[in-house]
Design a protein around this ligand. Structure first.
Ligand code: APR
Length: 349
């Protein structure tokens, strides 16, 4: 199930549980701790007083009171002392224990702030990497939707994780912008309300020349190997997105579960795609599967074409994806970090 990055105030998140970056007393503080207590009201502090504090790396659950979230999971992150005093282990424990509590409570949606990355001084890029990796591992075995709520510009979290990828993206997009006739209506790859219409719009699937229907061939028992390969190829030309995806999963030796989890797609959506040969996924879903399957650029374009899409240098999001594929960055989470840093829609469910 998906791990999603959002830029928001965690106290506004309408989820089953939000996680609080607390201190061992659990009696409130500044930062996100203070914001949560202010939004939840005095009843939260009253309940916290009954908990007897919380150890670093541990987590305790309370009600959410006046918050839109039903519960608050209070966890205490490590104070950063340079990284050689078990800070990463303790930080991972915060995320794992909080998620375990959420699952025990029957939560389906959980929102985390970036624990320890404020007052406690954990470097943000490192804190982000540890958070994303710990949550992603937990989600391999659990069906949950987790939001990582980022309060600052994403650049602060990326650090130099992607090396020169961002400069490739910036150059390619700048190049494209220079080529473009001043067309201020160039649609971005985004689903966003249009001021003028207020309606959600999405990029029109590009009219993709449907592959010419191959002439029905009579099976030729004497067909040579090449003819048989040609038969396979012609059969594949006819495949819809769903059939192509399932064939590629088999060819890659993956299981369905491995593929949709790597694609950051939830089980329900995958079941829809699997059961409907004519299912048309969103572009972000189709691209997510291409990355999960680690397809090359031509293979990605071929898979997208089955759903009527294409990657084009006219869209910043497409340039980000293309650059990642060319650089061998197939982790949907990593690509989402980059998309998020460019304010582009994320891949997956
Ligand atoms: N929503 C989401 N994220 C927020 C919010 C908010 N309303 N307010 C702050 N943040 C972000 C910060 O930008 C930072 O990235 O949460 C992250 C964690 O910062 P802190 O709240 O300072 O938490 P932490 O670094 O874990 O320090 C905990 O600070 O507030 C005290 O009582 C708390 O002593 C404890 C210490």
């Amino acid at each position: 199930m998906p791990l999603l990055l959002v830029r928001n105030d965690i106290t506004r998140m309408t989820v089953d549980a939000i996680v609080n970056a607390a201190n061992p007393s659990l009696l409130g503080g500044g930062g996100v701790d203070g914001a949560i207590h202010r939004a939840a009201g005095p009843e939260l502090l009253a309940e916290c007083r009954t908990l007897g504090g919380c150890k670093t790396g541990e987590a305790k659950l309370t009600k959410g009171y006046r918050l839109p979230a039903r519960y608050v999971i209070h966890t205490v992150g490590p104070i950063w002392h340079g990284g050689r005093f078990g800070e990463e282990h303790l930080l991972r424990s915060c995320y794992r224990r909080s998620l375990e509590l959420a699952v025990e409570q029957g939560c389906e949606t959980v929102a985390f702030p970036l624990i320890s990355s404020g007052v406690y001084g954990y470097p943000k890029a490192e804190a982000f990497r540890v958070a994303a990796d710990t949550v992603a591992r937990f989600l391999e075995d659990h069906e949950l939707t987790v939001y990582l709520v980022l309060f600052d510009r994403v650049a602060a979290y990326l650090g130099d994780r992607f090396g020169n990828v961002q400069s490739f993206i910036d150059d390619a997009y700048a190049e494209e912008e220079l080529q473009k006739p001043k067309n201020q209506y160039a649609a971005r790859w985004a689903r966003e309300p249009r001021e003028d219409t207020g309606k959600i719009w999405r990029e029109e699937a590009r009219p993709c020349e449907a592959a010419p229907k191959p002439a029905p061939k009579r099976p030729n028992p004497l067909a040579s190997e090449t003819d048989r390969e040609l038969d396979d190829l012609l059969r594949q030309l006819d495949e819809g997105f769903s059939k192509t995806l399932l064939r590629l999963i088999d060819e890659k030796g993956m299981t369905d579960v491995q593929c949709y989890k790597r694609a950051n797609i939830d089980r329900k959506l995958f079941s829809k795609i699997r059961s409907d040969p004519n299912y048309k996924p969103s572009k972000t879903t189709a691209v997510a599967f291409a990355l999960a399957l680690e397809l090359t650029l031509p293979e990605t374009q071929s898979l997208l074409a089955r759903a009527g899409y294409t990657l084009s240098h006219s869209y910043l999001a497409d340039i980000v994806v293309e650059t990642c594929i060319e650089k061998g960055i197939f982790s949907v989470l990593d690509v989402n970090e980059l998309l998020f840093s460019y304010d582009q829609p994320l891949l997956g469910s």
